[in-house]
Structure formats: structure tokens, C-alpha cells
Design a protein around this ligand. Structure first.
Ligand code: IVH
Length: 661
């Protein structure tokens, strides 16, 4: 076991580096997860054999009541700002005036995140802190330990304190907000706030679930043998295993700076993280003392701040939209404006509290900007005090679609329509059920769902499986071919598996990840339902890893409701598979490839293939040099001959079963 634990630990560390540092993943997420899970299971059995810096230890530990304080022995300074190219030239002139000849600069992105200081002693991560007031910060070591781009060990054995910026990639910020909105929780205004909120969690398990990263860019303190230029510092940090932003420019001639700034300004939208400017740094450290410091900032570096992506327009109207979980979301209809190339005509106003706190009203002139350079957001209303404005928006207390009662649950900010039969909710639910991450029924777009509902061809998601080709052909824009394709897609979706089905049902708070965890834990809908029936409350559900009280309650409530149970029974009767797919057994076949040919004596082909996949192996579609094992049954045909000619190992079914035991 010791060697397997070691092997998995090393393997996962290498994959982590490839993924987080080199941006060149070596394996699929599924393969990674499988290895991580196998290691976790082994470590549970043999805790003494677990490495102290094991990749499994990035999932967070126990929650704390408050953060301790950390004194920064070297103050974490700030930067002076420049807002134009001319101001950068002035900075350069000051450098020349101080006596630096032919200065070389490094230009880096200014990441819009949260400064962190990372301290290493003897090659081991000791302490991680926020900047605080520059002198004293908060001790967030446990949280930073869950961030996979923070190395827990480094080759350098001397004292080292480096500085970096913690951030949440734009895409993850969007996903996190969507999830929060669905759960009725307040959304983060921008990726920076989301990163700060995630890192300042008292429970590191929550931090571990947020895909935070840290770009390292500076050495604040350490031995005298450390690099003496910014260029070497960045290379050194990268060699030590930190994530270092690969986009940086070396500038030998100030004349080139203007063009470069223009190029970077245009490029800023294409990054997957938020930035708020550039930082220009004098490369050679030997001039640092000569140049000195202001009260707060060094004189050898300067930040260039981009003008914000903002614009002014009128908020024409506030509409209420209904989501599948019944949440009522106010949507601002704007007089369209163009911000950095895209036309913005709608903006989410999130919830009643948000509207009230920002005092946004119909007819107001508002400032719009793109949070995270991606999602448009209202920064504020420009309406002056005493100005003749419309009255504050009155949030409806009836559902805009079914006119049913709406309620606000304790601890939530959202109003929800609670009528399970609300046509608006049903429509959104069906759209969700067929969507990509759910049952993935290609060809069943929003317009067709609406037509099917309008013509009463379907009333709920189970009815989808009773649709016939004849029902579909007469629909607008549907030919014979598309009807065939749609029927096929519906048929295939029956095999989507338990995890996707659980997500597809649209149970409040059960997202893709939770659905996957639940599916893996219970294995089948039957087991989940019988466990629900054998318990009188949802408390026991809370014992399942990753599931808190909110999810447990929501799941319990959904699955004890008669209408939902009937729906599940009908889905099952219509042939929807409710068992887990690719049940993960172990990772013993990781990296191995298989192909089955001919009729196997006892196993069905899909069954045999699932056994390989469940152990981390891959199924190839043809015989090639990449194939490790061909499992041949009766009448194997040409594949066997080809495999023999390539000297590939050949198994009978019996040998295969023995091999995977
Ligand atoms: S160098 C002496 N480089 O910007 C300060 N800072 O307004 C050394 N920041 O608090 C900072 N990206 O948190 C530096 N590539 C980068 C940066 C960066 C973001 C932040 C940093 C600092 C703030 C200054």
C-alpha cells in the first residue's frame, strides 16, 4: 500500500503542476478525480502513510472562529498610480533623473484580486496572510493551503516570503454567481469580491470548493542568494512551483511602451482573469535603494490603471423574470449601449434588497460596467436627490406567470413562487431538464419546448419520453430528418445516468457537483428513495460528505413530495435509467487501454467496457499501437489479427476478469 500511496501522491502532484502551473493538463478531470479519490480512500485506511503535503489535503479542515493576526516583517507596500501614457513617461524621467542609465523595465498585468503574502521556511509553506494595512494582516494559512497553485513545498530551502495576487477566474466567477442566485444567496459584485469572500471564509472547506488561484510576482523577504532582477524573480518563482503569469514584457526602449500599452489595452478582454491595469517595474534591483520609497509605495514601480469599462444609459423598465426554482429576478431593460464592443440591453438587478440598497428606479440614468469584464452590472443610479423620479420599484408579491403566492424563505434574499404547477416554472424546468449538463437532449431548444407545452403535447418532463415522431413532424421548422434526430436524442438521454438525472430534476440547491456526489454515494434512485422513506427527517443526509443542512433539507423535501415521486415513477416507467454510470471502483487500470471484440461468453459489451472505465481505463475504438489489451470473444474477426501482428496482449474474458480482480 505504501508504494501505491506514494505513487498516487507523486502522480497527482505532477498533474497538479501540469494543470495549474503549466496550463497543460495531462489527464481528464475524471481521471484526476478518480486518482484523488483512490488516494483519499487509501489514506483513510492508512492515515499514517499519508504524506503531510498530500494532494488530498487541499480540501480544507476545521472551521475557525476568527482569523489570527500576522505581522509582516517587511511591510507590504502599495503602488503609485498613473492614468495615462504621459504619466508613465514622467515616471521614466524620474528614474533617469535619479541616475539610472538605460533602464530596463518589466511590464506585467495588474491582477484585480487580493494580495497575499506566502512564507516558506526550509522549503515548507508556513504561513499565508492577507495584506491588511500593509503591516498587519490576517492569518489565512489554512485557506491558502486549499489553493492548488500555492505550493506546499518548494525546492528553495532558505527563508522566503513572496507576494502574489489571489483571484477567481472570470468563468468561475460567473458560475459561482449563477449558483448563488439559484440558491437565493446574494451575488458577488465582481471577481475580486468573490475571491476576497472566498479566501476570508472561516471554514476552509468552503474555500477549497472555490477554484481560486494565486499569481506570484514578487519576493518580499528572504536570503541574500535570491534573484536580483524582476525578470529572474519571475523565473525563479516559476521554478519553485508558483503560478507566475506568463504574459510579461521586457522593455529596453521607452519609445516602445506606448504601442505596447495600446496592444495590452486591446488584449485585456481576452484574459480569463480580471485585471485593472498594468504594472511597470524597473528590472534591476540594484537601483531600488537609490530610488527609495514614498510613505506607501516604492519609486521603482508604478501601476498604470485602465479606464474602467463603464458607460451611462437609461434604465427604461424593470421586469420580473421567473427561474426554474421559482425565484423572481428583476431584470433591468436598458436603452442599449455599447461597452467594449458588445451591445448591452439587459442587466440583472438580482433581488429586492439590491434594488432598494442601490435605490435604482425606472427612468433613472445609470452607470453600467462589466463586472469581471464579462457580466454587465449597474454601478449606481445617477439620479440626483430631490430630482423628479419615478417611485421606488414595488416588488410583486404574486408570481408574474401564475399569479400564485410568492414567499421569502428564512436566510434568503430571493422571493420564490412556490406553486409546483406554475406554467412558468414548468417551462423553465423542462428547459433545464433537457440542457447540456442535464439530460442533454440535443434539438429540444427553448422554442420547441414552448410549442410542445402550448399544444399540450407535454405537461412535464416525463412526457418527453412519450413523444412520437408523428407528434413532432407537424411542428414548425421540423422536417422528417430533424424529427428522427430528436427522437433519437430523447432515446439516448434515457442512458444519461443517475447523476445527470438528479441534476436535471432541478431540485433547489442540487447543482452538478452535488448531484454527482449524491449519485456516487447512493448508486441508484431506488436506494436514495428507500433511504429517504426509512428516515423520518433529513438529519442523516447531513452526514454525507459535501452535503450541508440546506441541501439535505431541500433534497428531503423534494423527494418526499407526492407529485415529485409520481414524476420519478413515470420517468422510470418510460425507460429512464436511474442507476449510476461509470461507478468508480478504483484507479487500477489508469492509463491502460482496452478493446473488446467478438462475442464474450458471459459479459455484455457495455458491461465489460463499464468495468474498464470504472477502474480508470480507456476503451479504444480500433486496434493501434496505443492499445494495451484486446479482449477477444467468439468470432473476433480482423481486430484479433491486427492485434497479433502488432504484438498486443490478448485476453480471453476469463483472463480479463482475473486481471481486473
Ligand atoms: S507589484 C510594492 N505586481 O496591485 C508593491 N502588484 O495597487 C508591489 N497587483 O497591492 C506590487 N498585480 O496587490 C505588483 N503584477 C503585479 C500585480 C500587483 C496586482 C496589486 C497588488 C498591489 C496593488 C497595488
Amino acid at each position: 500500500m505504501k508504494t501505491r500511496i506514494k505513487e498516487l501522491t507523486e502522480q497527482l502532484k505532477q498533474w497538479n503542476k501540469a494543470y495549474y502551473q503549466d496550463d497543460a493538463p495531462k489527464v481528464s478531470d475524471a481521471e484526476y478525480d478518480m486518482a484523488l479519490r483512490e488516494l483519499g480512500n487509501l489514506e483513510k485506511l492508512y492515515p499514517d502513510l499519508a504524506a503531510w503535503d498530500s494532494p488530498t489535503k487541499r480540501v480544507g479542515g476545521t472551521a475557525v472562529k476568527e482569523f489570527g493576526q500576522v505581522e509582516h516583517k517587511q511591510a507590504l507596500l502599495s503602488l503609485s498610480n498613473a492614468f495615462s501614457y504621459e504619466e508613465l513617461v514622467d515616471f521614466h524621467k524620474r528614474i533617469l533623473k535619479a541616475g539610472v542609465e538605460n533602464p530596463t523595465y518589466i511590464l506585467e498585468w495588474k491582477i484585480d484580486g487580493l494580495t497575499v503574502a506566502l512564507e516558506y521556511e526550509n522549503g515548507i509553506f508556513q504561513c499565508g496572510a492577507t495584506r491588511g494595512n500593509g503591516k498587519i494582516g490576517e492569518n489565512i494559512t489554512e485557506n491558502l493551503r486549499t489553493v492548488k497553485t500555492v505550493p506546499l513545498t518548494i525546492p528553495y530551502k532558505g527563508h522566503l516570503v513572496c507576494r502574489g495576487e489571489a483571484y477567481l477566474p472570470k468563468e468561475d466567477f460567473v458560475a459561482l454567481n449563477r449558483q448563488r442566485e439559484e440558491a437565493g444567496e446574494p451575488v458577488f459584485a465582481n471577481p475580486r469580491n468573490a475571491a476576497a469572500g472566498s479566501l476570508r471564509q472561516l471554514d476552509s472547506k468552503i474555500t477549497a470548493k472555490r477554484p481560486l488561484a494565486v499569481f506570484a510576482y514578487d519576493i518580499v523577504d528572504g536570503g541574500t542568494d535570491l534573484p536580483k532582477t524582476q525578470e529572474e524573480t519571475l523565473n525563479f518563482l516559476s521554478q519553485q512551483g508558483f503560478l507566475v503569469n506568463p504574459q510579461r514584457e521586457k522593455i529596453d526602449e521607452i519609445a516602445k511602451l506606448e504601442e505596447l500599452i495600446e496592444k495590452k489595452t486591446a488584449d485585456r478582454q481576452n484574459l480569463d482573469y480580471d485585471i485593472d491595469g498594468l504594472v511597470l517595474k524597473l528590472n534591476d534591483f540594484k537601483y531600488r535603494e537609490l530610488l527609495g520609497y514614498t510613505a506607501k509605495a516604492p519609486k521603482f514601480s508604478i501601476a498604470y490603471k485602465f479606464p474602467p469599462l463603464e458607460g451611462k444609459t437609461t434604465l427604461e423598465k424593470i421586469e420580473i423574470t421567473l427561474g426554474r426554482t421559482g425565484i423572481l429576478t428583476p431584470l433591468g431593460i436598458l436603452n442599449p449601449i455599447t461597452l467594449s464592443g458588445s451591445v448591452i440591453s439587459k442587466v440583472s438587478l438580482h433581488n429586492e434588497d439590491y434594488l432598494r440598497d442601490k435605490d435604482i428606479r425606472e427612468g433613472d440614468t445609470v452607470i453600467i460596467h462589466k463586472a469581471g469584464d464579462v457580466i454587465p452590472e449597474v454601478v449606481r443610479s445617477l439620479a440626483a436627490h430631490g430630482e423628479n423620479r419615478s417611485l421606488p420599484f414595488v416588488f410583486p408579491h404574486l408570481c408574474p406567470v401564475c399569479s400564485g403566492e410568492v414567499v421569502k424563505f428564512e436566510g434568503e434574499v430571493a422571493w420564490r413562487c412556490i406553486n409546483e404547477n406554475c406554467p412558468g416554472r414548468i417551462k423553465e424546468n423542462i428547459k433545464h431538464f433537457v440542457s447540456k449538463n442535464a439530460m442533454d437532449i440535443d434539438g429540444l431548444g427553448a422554442a420547441i419546448v414552448e410549442t410542445l407545452l402550448a399544444q399540450s403535447l407535454i405537461k412535464n418532463v416525463a412526457d418527453i419520453y412519450e413523444l412520437k415522431k408523428e407528434d413532432i413532424i407537424p411542428l414548425e421548422k421540423m422536417g422528417e430528418k430533424s424529427a428522427d434526430n430528436l427522437i433519437n436524442a430523447i432515446e439516448n438521454s434515457k442512458q444519461a445516468g443517475f447523476a445527470r438525472l438528479l441534476f436535471a430534476l432541478g431540485i433547489p440547491h442540487v447543482g452538478v457537483v452535488t448531484a454527482g456526489n449524491l449519485a456516487e454515494h447512493f448508486g441508484s434512485m431506488d436506494k436514495l428513495l428507500s433511504d429517504i422513506d426509512n428516515n423520518e427527517d433529513s438529519l442523516w443526509l447531513g452526514d454525507i460528505a459535501e452535503i450541508g443542512k440546506i441541501i439535505a433539507d431541500s433534497l428531503y423535501q423534494y423527494l418526499t413530495l407526492k407529485e415529485n415521486r409520481n414524476l420519478i415513477v413515470k420517468l422510470a416507467a418510460n425507460g429512464v435509467d436511474m442507476n449510476v454510470k461509470n461507478l468508480v471502483v478504483d484507479a487500477s487500470l489508469m492509463g491502460k487501454t482496452f478493446l473488446f471484440t467478438g462475442t464474450l461468453p458471459t459479459l455484455k459489451r457495455p458491461e465489460a467496457e463499464a468495468m474498464v472505465k470504472a477502474r480508470g481505463g480507456k476503451i479504444l475504438s480500433g486496434v493501434s499501437k496505443n492499445l494495451n489489451y484486446l479482449v477477444a470473444g467468439e468470432k473476433p474477426g480482423s481486430k484479433l489479427k491486427k492485434a497479433q501482428s502488432l504484438d498486443i496482449s490478448i485476453f480471453t474474458e476469463e483472463e480479463f476478469l482475473e486481471y481486473i480482480k
